[in-house]
Design a protein around this ligand. Structure first.
Ligand code: URA
Length: 269
C-alpha cells in the first residue's frame, strides 16, 4: 500500500507543476506546505509572500518568524506542526486571493487535511477562516475554538497583521497561549461542547473569498479536482485516521482552561 509520504510527495509534485490558474504564470515556486504528516496541529495561512515564493517554503519571512514565536507560546516547535496555505502560489504584489484562485487550490488543501488528519486546525487570517466560518469576522471569533467535523478549528489573526498593527501582537500571543488548552483537550479526546451554538460546518463547501473584490476575475479552472484525480491520494476515508478520541458532531468548544500569563510583548507595540 502506498505510504503517506509517497502520497504527499505525489501531491507536492502536482502542486509544483500546477497550472490551474493564472498565478502559475507569475510565481517563482509553488509552495505546497511542509511538516510532519502525522502532525497533531495544522496551521493554514493565506498565500505565499515574496520570500516564500523565492524559497518554495511556507512562512519563511517576518510573519513566519513571528509564527514560530507564537507556536512556542502554544508549547509547539515549528517542526512538529504542518504548515500550509489556502493558495499555493503567490498573488502578485501580495494582493488578496481571488475566488477563482481559491477554488483552483481548494482540492489541494482538502487532500492535505485528509492526509495529515490533524486534531487541531489553526486558521491564520480571514481567508483560511472563511472556509469554516464564512459568515464571521475575525475580530469576533479569534481564538475561539469550535469542533467541526470532529476536530478543533481555531481561527486566529494572521501573524502578518500584528506586524502592521502592533496591538494585535498581544491578542495573538494570548490566543496562542490558550491554544495549549485546546491541544490538551484534543489529545485527551475531549471534543465535548458546552453551550453549543449552531454549528458552522462549512468545510469543503465555501470556495469563495470572504469579501470578493468587485470585478474580481474568476480565473480558476472549470474542474480543478481533475488535476489530482489520478493521484493515489486518500479518498476521504483514510485507512486508519489518527485521533486521540471519539470525534463527535460539530459543536462549539468550551473556553480554554489554560491560565493566561503575562505577555513578553509590550502592550503598546
Ligand atoms: N503569509 C501567508 O499567509 N503564508 C505564508 O506562507 C507567508 C506569509
Amino acid at each position: 500500500m502506498i505510504s503517506k509520504e509517497e502520497r504527499a510527495a505525489e501531491l507536492y509534485e502536482v502542486i509544483r507543476a500546477c497550472r490551474l490558474c493564472a498565478l502559475a504564470e507569475t510565481r517563482t515556486h509553488a509552495v505546497p506546505g511542509e511538516g510532519p504528516l502525522d502532525a497533531e496541529v495544522m496551521c493554514i495561512g493565506e498565500a505565499p509572500g515574496l520570500n516564500e515564493d523565492r524559497q518554495g517554503r511556507p512562512f519563511v519571512g517576518a510573519a513566519g518568524q513571528f509564527l514560530t514565536e507564537l507556536l512556542a507560546e502554544a508549547g509547539l516547535r515549528r517542526d512538529e506542526v504542518y504548515i500550509c496555505n489556502v493558495l499555493k502560489c503567490r498573488p502578485p504584489g501580495n494582493r488578496d486571493p481571488l475566488p477563482g484562485e481559491i477554488a483552483a487550490c481548494a482540492e489541494y488543501l482538502d487532500l492535505q487535511i485528509d492526509l495529515v488528519d490533524p486534531l487541531v486546525i489553526v486558521t491564520l487570517g480571514r481567508f483560511s477562516m472563511a472556509r469554516w466560518f464564512p459568515q464571521q469576522t475575525i475580530s469576533r471569533i479569534h481564538g475561539k475554538p469550535k469542533v467541526v467535523d470532529g476536530r478543533y478549528i481555531v481561527p486566529m489573526y494572521h501573524p502578518a497583521a500584528a506586524l502592521h498593527q502592533g496591538a494585535l501582537r498581544q491578542v495573538l500571543v494570548e490566543d496562542f497561549r490558550n491554544l495549549r488548552g485546546v491541544i490538551a483537550r484534543a489529545r485527551g479526546g475531549d471534543f465535548e461542547a458546552a453551550g453549543a451554538a449552531p454549528a458552522v460546518s462549512a468545510a469543503w463547501e465555501p470556495r469563495e473569498a470572504p469579501a470578493p473584490e468587485p470585478g474580481a476575475r474568476a480565473d480558476g479552472p472549470a474542474t480543478p479536482p481533475a488535476a489530482v484525480a489520478a493521484l493515489h491520494l486518500p479518498n476521504r476515508t483514510p485507512e486508519a485516521p489518527r485521533q486521540a478520541g471519539p470525534r463527535p458532531p460539530d459543536q462549539e468548544a468550551p473556553a480554554p482552561t489554560e491560565p493566561r500569563q503575562i505577555s513578553f510583548f509590550d502592550q503598546d507595540t
